[in-house]
Ligand binder design. Structure first.
Ligand SMILES: N#Cc1c(N)ncnc1-c1cnn(CCN2CCOCC2)c1
Length: 292
């Protein structure tokens, strides 16, 4: 599919196009990644569901942003994009956004210990400069949500956890404090809404930019691609928690004997269908809206 816009950034599962000097188009694909590898089999509607979820979260988080003197970058999505020359088959999985001066920090909030956070904690009892109590295990709920920023790695590289002092070096003390406060406030609101939907929001990554000096929330927000979503009913600290959306894929890949080095195998239709259903279920449980 060719778009009448210049491709300016490419992620594992999303692309960024320049619409004009002031606006970008974020296009979410149906690609899915697991174990840091983009799989060859698309999940139908994944792009549309996660775009609709991001759009809904921008609406829910607008009051929190306003309390912090911040805004978000979303301008339009869906049929409104047809007038901008976006093809109908892409409109539902695209977001027209304000072009920002992006800040060079991945703003991660964690309410639970997981993944790289667990590895760092096991080595030092802390996540970089964020000290944590003794006795925590994979999946433990933290005493309170913590801000654990990281660098923005190049495509194919891993983000590197950094301390608050490095955020200050990158964006200045006042902006660093604002990022930490806003990241934690957005996470708390997201976790509260997710909890009501029976979903644990274990952690999430926000990206911010600025426009005319104002802090602006960018990228996608609180999707299963930018966050760890766990079914609350199965939460049990002490082992890796089942992913709300990717567990069928992970389990099948494990049983398939894939060595995680050779090209990833195609997913069976049943795994694709079950995974699509998980994305739809996450959307319906969180938003209270029917996907159909
Ligand atoms: N969002 C946004 C945004 C904006 N509103 N203004 C200027 N630049 C960006 C931007 C460009 N790239 N990225 C990294 C995140 N990308 C997201 C899509 O997928 C690829 C990675 C952010």
């Amino acid at each position: 599919m060719t778009l009448p816009f210049e491709l300016v950034a490419q992620g594992k599962v999303r692309e960024v196009y320049a619409v004009d000097d002031d606006r970008l188009l974020l296009v979410a694909s149906d690609r899915i990644s697991a174990y840091d590898v983009v799989l060859p089999t698309p999940v139908p509607d994944k792009g549309r569901v996660l775009t609709a979820l991001s759009v809904w979260w921008f609406e829910q988080l607008a009051p929190v942003l306003a309390e912090h003197g911040a805004e978000h970058h979303l301008l339009a999505t869906g049929d409104a994009l047809l007038a901008e020359g976006v093809p109908a088959e892409l409109a539902g999985r695209s977001m027209l956004v304000r072009r920002l001066e992006m800040l060079p920090v991945e703003c991660v909030a964690r309410g639970y210990l997981s993944g790289s956070g667990t590895h760092l904690y096991q080595r030092s009892g802390a996540i970089v400069d964020v000290a944590l109590p003794a006795g925590l295990v994979e999946g433990s709920r933290l005493p309170e949500p913590v801000f654990t920023p990281s660098t923005k790695a190049e495509v194919g590289e891993h983000d590197e956890a950094i301390g608050f002092a490095q955020v200050v070096d990158a964006v200045g003390a006042e902006r660093a404090e604002a990022l930490r406060a806003l990241t934690l406030a957005l996470y708390r609101r997201g976790a509260e809404i997710a909890e009501d939907a029976g979903i644990v929001l274990a952690d999430t990554k926000f990206e911010f930019g600025t426009a005319d000096g104002t802090l602006v929330l960018g990228d996608e927000v609180l999707t299963p691609d930018s966050s760890r979503f766990w079914p609350a009913i199965t939460w049990s600290p002490g082992a890796p928690q089942p992913s709300f959306d990717k567990q069928y894929v992970r389990d099948w890949l494990t049983t398939s004997g894939w060595d995680r080095v050779s090209p990833a195998p195609e997913l069976p239709e049943a795994v694709v269908a079950a995974t699509r259903e998980r994305y739809v279920t996450a959307y319906e449980k969180l938003t209270g809206r029917s996907w159909s």
